[in-house]
Design a protein around this ligand. Structure first.
Ligand SMILES: Nc1ncnc2c1ncn2[C@@H]1O[C@H](COP(=O)(O)OP(=O)(O)OP(=O)(O)O)[C@@H](O)[C@H]1O
Ligand SMILES: [Mg+2]
Length: 358
């Protein structure tokens, strides 16, 4: 485990259903969780990554920060969805510095937005050995391109400013997920692993191998789909539907109808996920994806993990974002951590960043 001496940071995951905040500090004996909390927000405050009601978000962030008694004000947050593009691209072989100069030119054709309105980052992938490559291919190299619209980054930065905090890192959900996975699970150079976060309004798929993302995709669906369907089916409001979905106030008939809704969602989600797995498996060095690691609140719908395992033929497990984190059990309840573990994956990935990280 690599420990960073850089300045600490508070992770802030602004989900469409729940805002999460956590602090992880580096100590001599490893990472230590010093605080974590989450708070619900109304379903229309943040829609498809677009901030609709900044006041509610600012208020929620402020009260979480206050309640958790954090001292550090530096924040690492993340964005995802339509305004972020993560792509593996192929460019002429050049040094990192040269690519930094040329990346806008190289990236332009891959980005569905005006190149002048995006923030760009990249990582050069380790190239296969020379002798195994055709001469023509040797002139080129693979690069992971990350582009995010400036206006969306600015919106998040402004939000954090308004909460009287300091925006230090703006990450991408998929990379935060990869970070929490890398920290908590033993490293296997060869195995490809699918990290899948199912939240309220999006499914985030990130396939990693050798410590790098080789594929990411966001699909605009999630637990909200179930809540809305439950509300429609039973003629109740969103809040009641949310309660019912979590198993409150159920009689036998309702349970059967609810199960049908779960099954419909699970089928659609697993199809979406499997499509991504199949797409990547085709081009995978070393063959197949060795496991699927689920996170996000909606990955908890009853039977989903088992269903996904059957459909994909790959072992499926829920992530434990706290596996290698110590904490003071007088201050943080172990049962609470267990209950929120899947929802906490991204915020812990963010809390593990340090000021100065990209
Ligand atoms: N035990 C559970 N069973 C089924 N669904 C659950 C359970 N716990 C939470 N959920 C659902 O998970 C969703 C919230 O999960 P999460 O906090 O990961 O979403 P989010 O990060 O706010 O959303 P997004 O990432 O899509 O913006 C809600 O739709 C909630 O109803
Ligand atoms: Mg989320």
């Amino acid at each position: 485990m690599k420990l960073s001496k850089k300045k600490p940071i508070i992770g802030l995951d602004i989900g469409t259903h729940t805002i999460k905040m956590a602090e992880v500090v580096s100590t001599k004996s490893g990472y230590r969780l010093t605080g974590i909390g989450m708070a619900r927000i109304p379903p229309d405050a943040l829609v498809e990554g677009q901030i609709q009601n900044p006041e509610v978000l600012v208020r929620t962030i402020k009260s979480l920060f206050h309640n958790l008694k954090f001292k550090v004000r530096n924040i690492a947050t993340s964005i995802s969805g339509y305004s972020v593009v993560v792509k593996k691209i192929n460019v002429p072989r050049m040094t990192e510095d040269a690519l930094a100069e040329n990346i806008r030119f190289e990236a332009e054709q891959y980005i569905p937005f005006d190149i002048n309105e995006v923030n760009i980052d990249f990582q050069i992938l380790e190239q296969p050995k020379e002798e195994s490559m055709a001469d023509a291919a040797f002139d080129r190299m693979e690069v992971i391109l990350v582009a995010a619209k400036n206006d969306i980054i600015n919106e998040y930065v402004e939000l954090i400013d308004k909460a009287k905090l300091t925006p230090s890192v703006v990450d991408v959900d998929a990379f935060a997920l990869e970070n929490v996975y890398d920290t908590n699970y033993d490293y296997d150079e060869e195995a490809a692993v699918a990290l899948v976060d199912i939240g309220a309004s999006q499914i985030n798929i990130n396939i990693v191998q050798g410590g790098l993302s080789i594929f990411t995709r966001d699909a605009p669906t999630g637990g909200n789909q179930i809540t809305l369907e439950v509300a429609r089916e039973f003629g109740i409001d969103y809040e009641e539907a949310e309660q019912m979905k979590l198993g409150y106030n159920l009689d036998k008939n309702k349970l059967i109808a609810l199960e049908d809704i779960f099954i419909a969602a699970a089928t659609a989600w697993s199809r979406e996920i499997k499509q991504a797995l199949d797409f990547v498996s085709g081009s995978l060095r070393g063959g197949k994806i060795s496991r699927l690691v689920l996170s996000g609140g909606s990955s908890l719908i009853p039977g989903f993990a088992q269903y996904m395992a059957r459909e994909s033929g790959i072992p499926v497990e829920h992530i434990d974002p706290f596996a290698k984190l110590s904490f003071d059990s007088r201050k943080i309840d172990a049962e609470y951590l267990k209950a929120i573990a899947p929802q906490a994956a991204i915020v812990i990935g963010l809390a593990l960043r340090r000021v100065g990280d990209k």
